[in-house]
Ligand binder design. Structure first.
Ligand SMILES: [Zn+2]
Length: 375
């Protein structure tokens, strides 16, 4: 059995449901320390984080990942238990196998192998793992970044092992992510008796034409790196519970996924325009949960693209799709951020799995990226 399969299995066997690390980082920290890394466990609140470095100075390449996993869901639906790593038909099954314990194992072993062959490499090779990426993300990379700044450390390149691939390993990398903005809208009417609508103002009826416009609106056309912004309503509430009362208020929650073609202000402005044009009495609150980010300088992207080509024989696609990632906390410090990891078809699902044939090539690809940047 290969070392990377072995280590992936050891990690999957630890039920590290977010934010519980379940001993994954202790295991990895031991391996890294034995290879000569300086290992610093960083616990913030309920979350274990691991910072380990080899070498010093710039450039600082950080290999980034999370040891936590999402809950397994109904155990009876799993073909084999989620924390019993099981091999079937060339796949390794288990919660976290693809998201992202295979990457964690591959990143760790690539780093260890690199410093063994290049003990005097230039710059700093760093490992940055957290255990709250899948949860609140409050005490993970968000807290580590200011800690690094206090130590006078700045990440130049961050290679994140998130499962970025679509059909086959390496066919897609992420060079940025869309932002996410939450909106809460209250439409005020006047409560009354359904038999006397002339004495009330029904907020649902007043809002209906504005709602039709809102859901039909194209907020932007996207740009070279981001698809057009999308908006989805996820909650709508009104009513008093009585069938003879016109409600006095309507509450609506919706979420934007947006690229750099829009901003909080521009999206908010477009929503307010529609509401005003329809003469609505409203209150709109917006909150950006994560800003969009995009790596525009070529060093890390070029290193990853060339390594994917050389090791995997794949011409990769540079993409900004998907949800958000911990890259949102790293990119604002000026770091280049690229995500490369296994096929994401089974992530967060029952019977999550990773192709065993992809594990060694993934490690070799990471290994080559490190080499391109630190030799
Ligand atoms: Zn993940």
């Amino acid at each position: 059995m290969s070392a990377v399969l072995d280590l992936t299995r050891e990690l999957v066997a630890r039920p590290s449901v977010t934010p519980d690390d379940a001993g994954c980082q202790a295991l990895l920290g031991e391996r890294l320390a034995a290879a000569g890394f300086n290992v610093t466990p960083l616990r913030f609140g309920d979350t274990d984080n691991l910072w380990a470095t080899h070498g010093s100075g710039a450039p600082l390449l950080a290999l980034v990942g999370h040891t936590d996993v999402v809950p397994p869901g109904p155990l009876t639906e799993w073909t084999s238990p989620p924390y019993e790593p099981t091999i079937r038909d060339g796949q390794l099954y288990g919660r976290g196998s693809a998201d992202m314990k295979a990457s964690i194992a591959a990143l760790t072993l690539a780093a260890i192998d690199f410093v063994r062959t290049h003990p005097d490499h230039r710059g700093t090779l760093a490992i940055l793992y957290t255990s709250d990426e899948e949860g609140s993300a409050a005490n993970g990379i968000r807290k580590v970044m200011p800690w690094l700044a206090e130590q006078g450390l700045k990440i130049d390149h961050a290679l994140i092992g998130e499962p970025s691939s679509g059909q086959r390993l390496g066919d897609r990398i992420r060079i940025g992510r869309r932002g996410s903005m939450h909106c809460h809208l209250k439409i005020r009417g006047v409560q009354g008796h359904v038999a006397y609508p002339q004495l009330a103002r029904n907020p649902v009826h007043e809002f209906a034409p504005a709602l039709a416009e809102l859901v039909a609106l194209r907020f932007d056309e996207g740009n070279a790196h981001f698809p057009p912004t999308t908006m989805q309503i996820y909650e709508m509430r009104c009513g008093t519970g009585a069938n003879n009362v016109i409600p006095g208020e309507l509450d609506l929650s919706f979420n934007f996924r947006f690229g750099t073609a829009s901003s909080e202000q521009s999206l908010r402005g477009q929503v307010e325009d529609i509401l005003r044009r329809h003469g609505l009495d409203f209150d709109l609150r917006t909150r950006v949960a994560s800003a969009p980010f995009l790596t525009t300088t070529p060093q890390l992207i070029d290193a990853v693209v060339a390594s994917v080509r050389a090791v995997l024989g794949v011409e990769t696609v540079q993409d900004t799709g998907g949800g958000t990632s911990d890259g949102r906390f790293i990119a604002p410090t000026g770091a280049e951020v690229v995500e490369l990891g296994p096929v994401n078809a089974s992530i967060h699902k029952v019977d999550e799995c990773v192709a065993i044939a992809d594990l060694e090539p993934l490690e070799a690809t990471y290994r080559q990226v490190i080499e391109k940047l630190l030799v």
